[in-house]
Design a protein around this ligand. Structure first.
Ligand SMILES: [Zn+2]
Length: 277
């Protein structure tokens, strides 16, 4: 599933071709892709003739103000990706032609992603308004995160996936940040010391920046590709995620896998000391 770095790379490519330009023609050809509006036709009608002011991102959502309080919102879901000026591949469920002639395509085999047009009222009622601070451009400081973790007994891994607490992390980068900060994924949120919280925030910034610099993580299924069709190159930089039984790059202990709230967690049992008691 694309996480913050993959969505940020996608945003940058979309911004380059879309910002300041008119959407001349839009097509949505799957009802699930349009599920946050009344119909595919409603999205098409609301997009055509609109100018994209900016292409922004909060957590894993791409949001593009269109003027007049209208906002184009996209989420890549499990397997969605944007392509620019590419051939129409199978599972292309959205396309937009701009006044420059550029074509923006949304390919989403599993249709967990979506394209929506919100106005100010509907955006307030959407998941977008319940997001916490963005993990990369607007992260909480250590005092703020400490306060948010008070009395939180849930495992820190689960809390990092809670988009209402911090927006943008998914399974890959939560595992990477915890490994780098040497914090066991099962530690209750409230048990983290101020020093550990500072380390965790620094680790989060570091793993996200590394991933963005490397074009994001394309796993073996190549569900995520950059909008120019290239694969992201961050996979080989991962130190915990997907490395079950491979030696920890810090200490050589085999990385272990554990299921926490139905999501697999990868950690080093030596570097990341298990919770006491
Ligand atoms: Zn280790």
């Amino acid at each position: 599933m694309p996480e913050l770095p993959e969505v940020e790379i996608t945003r940058r490519h979309l911004a380059e071709v879309m910002e300041g330009h008119l959407i001349v023609e839009a097509h949505v050809n799957h009802v699930r892709t349009a599920r946050h509006n009344g119909s595919p036709g409603e999205i098409e009608a609301r997009l055509e003739g609109r100018r994209v002011e900016r292409v922004e991102r909060i957590g894993k959502f791409i949001n593009a103000p269109l003027g007049d309080s209208q906002i184009l919102v996209a989420h890549l879901g499990m397997s969605g990706r944007f392509a620019i000026n590419d051939e129409i591949a199978p599972h292309t469920h959205f396309s937009a032609r701009l006044d420059t002639g550029d074509m923006v395509l949304f390919v989403d085999p599993r249709t967990f992603g979506f394209i929506a047009v919100y106005d100010e009222d509907t955006v307030a009622a959407s998941g977008l308004s319940r997001l916490g601070r963005d993990a990369w451009i607007d992260p909480p400081d250590s005092a703020e995160l400490s306060l948010a973790l008070v009395r939180r007994t849930a495992p820190i891994k689960a809390l990092l996936l809670d988009q209402g607490l911090i927006a943008g992390l998914g399974n890959i980068y939560a595992d990477e940040a915890l490994h780098k900060a040497r914090i066991h994924p099962l530690r209750p949120g409230a048990s983290l010391t101020p020093a550990e919280i500072r380390k965790l925030l620094a680790a989060m910034a570091n793993v996200l920046e590394l991933a963005i610099d490397n074009g994001g993580t394309s796993l073996d299924d190549l569900a995520y590709l950059l909008p120019d069709g290239r694969a992201g190159e961050n996979l080989e930089r991962l130190k915990a995620y997907g490395r079950t039984d491979l030696p920890c790059l810090n200490c050589g202990t085999p990385i272990q896998r554990l299921v926490i709230r139905a999501r697999s967690s990868h950690f080093c049992p030596t570097c990341q000391e298990p919770p006491r008691g």
